[in-house]
Design a protein around this ligand. Sequence first.
Ligand code: SAH
Ligand code: F3S
Length: 481
Amino acid sequence: MEKIIDESKQGESLVLEPKNGNTRKLFIESYGCSMNFSDSEIVASILLKNGYNTTQSLDEADLVLVNTCSIRDKAEQTVRKRLEKYNAVKRINPKMKVGVLGCMAERLKSKFLEEEKIVDLVVGPDAYKDLPNLLAEVEEGRDAINVILSKDETYGDISPVRLNSNGVSAFVSITRGCDNMCTFCVVPFTRGRERSRDPQSILEEVRDLWDRGFKEITLLGQNVDSYLWYGGGLKKDFDKASDIQKATAVNFANLLDLCAKAYPKMRIRFSTSNPQDLTLDVIETMAKHKNICDHIHLPVQSGSNRILKEMNRLHTREEYFELIDNIRRILPNCSISQDMIAGFPTETEEDHQDTLSLMEYVKYNFGYMFTYSERPGTLAERKMEDDVPEAIKKRRLDDIVQLQRQHSEYRTKAFLNTTVEVLIERESKKSNQEWSGRTSQNVVAVFPKAQYQIGDLVNVNITDCTSATLIGEAIGYAMND
Ligand code: SAH
Ligand code: F3S
C-alpha cells in the first residue's frame, strides 16, 4: 500500500450537532496534519459553548476559521488561495468574519493581518481557549490576535465533539509541541516546546469514546514516544522535577499499557514515532496487547548518515537498522511506514543512493514522500543553501516513489490467501455493496457487506489485491480479547 502525498491533507470542513439557543454559524476547515484536524474539534467544542453552531455552507457562515499548515511552502500557498475564495464570499456577506488558526497563524503572527486584508483574527495553536475573548474584540470591529505559546496547555480539560466522524475511529492527542529541532522543520517554532497531557484525562477521553461506540483510537503527537507525564510542565524541565514526580512519571510505554489494559477491545494506534525515541519497552508493550495495532510510522527522512546529521536526526542509519531488526524480531507482523525528504541541502547522488538502499533493507509498507521545501526561520534555512536544483529534487523523489511502489506491492501481495482482521469504517468508495476498513497493519481492505455493520471487527479472507488495497470476503466476527 502506498500513500504519496506531495501536499498536506486538503481542507475538510467540520460539522457538529447543533446546540439549541446558539444563533451564530461557524464554518471551520482544516489543512495539514492529524493534529490540526483534532485541534479543530477542540476549537469547535469551545465555540459550541459560546453561541456558535457549525455549518458546512460557507455562504451562511458568520465566522470562518481556517486551521493552517506551514510544513511546506505549498501547504501555505493552498491556504492563501482559500483566503481568496473567502474574499469572494465576503463581498456578498460583508458581516462574515475570518480567522486564521494553527501553524501559519503562529509563524506569520500580525503579518497576517497586514498581508491579508480579509483576516480579522489570528490565533496560534496554544491560544484557542482565548477565542471567546478574541471574538468579542472582533465583534466590536477590532482585529484580534493571540499567538502566545504555552508551557502547559494540552487542552486536557476540553472534551472534543466528533459528531461528523465515522463514529468508529477517533484521534486523541497526548502531547503537544516538539523539542527535536530537526533542522528542516518549522513545527518546533509554530507549536512550541513539548509537553504531555495528564494520563488520567487521556483515559477519560478514551472511556468517553468507548461509551459512545468508538472502536479505534489513534494517540497523537509530533513525537509520541517521547511522551512523559510527571505532573505537568515542559518535557525539558523534567530534570527539575521532585523525586516523587520522577518515581511516578508515566512514559509512552506505560501510557500504551494503561490504555490497552483499560479498554481491551478498543483498537489502539499511535503516530508519529521518532526513531531516536522508540524504545524496546514500547515494542514489547505492543507485543503484549493484541488490541495495539501492528503498525509503526517511523519517519527516517534520509538513508545517508551525513544527511541525517545535517538534519539533526539523532540516530545513524545503522541504529535505524537495529531498530527495524528489533521490530521484526518482536513484532513479526508489524507494518512499517516512512516519511522521506528528497533534495535536502548538500544531498549528493551518493546520499540519495543511501536512501534507496535503506528502503531496500526495510521494504516499507507505505510512505509519505516530499521534496525539500526551505522553511523560514529553521536552522537549515539560516545555515545552509537550498542548493539541490528543483529538477534533481523531483527526479530523486520520483526514484523514491517508484521504489516505494514496488515495496508496497510486495508487502500487499504477502497478504494474499491469508485471513486478516478488519475494522469496518465506511462504505467502499467504489461500490455501495462493499465495506471498507483497515487491518491492524493499517492496510485498507474491501469486501461484500453481507450481514456486517460499520464498527464490526471481522475476519476477512484475502483473495485479491491492488498495490494499495486488499480485496476479499468476510467469514465471521473476529474476537478481540
Ligand atoms: N513528527 C512529525 C513530523 C511532522 S512533519 C509528525 O507527527 O509526523 C511530517 C513530515 O513532513 C516529516 O516527517 C517530513 O518528512 C516532512 N517535512 C517536514 N518539514 C519539511 C520540509 N521543510 N520540506 C519537506 N518535507 C518536510
Ligand atoms: Fe519536526 Fe522533527 Fe519534531 S520533523 S515535528 S522537529 S521530530
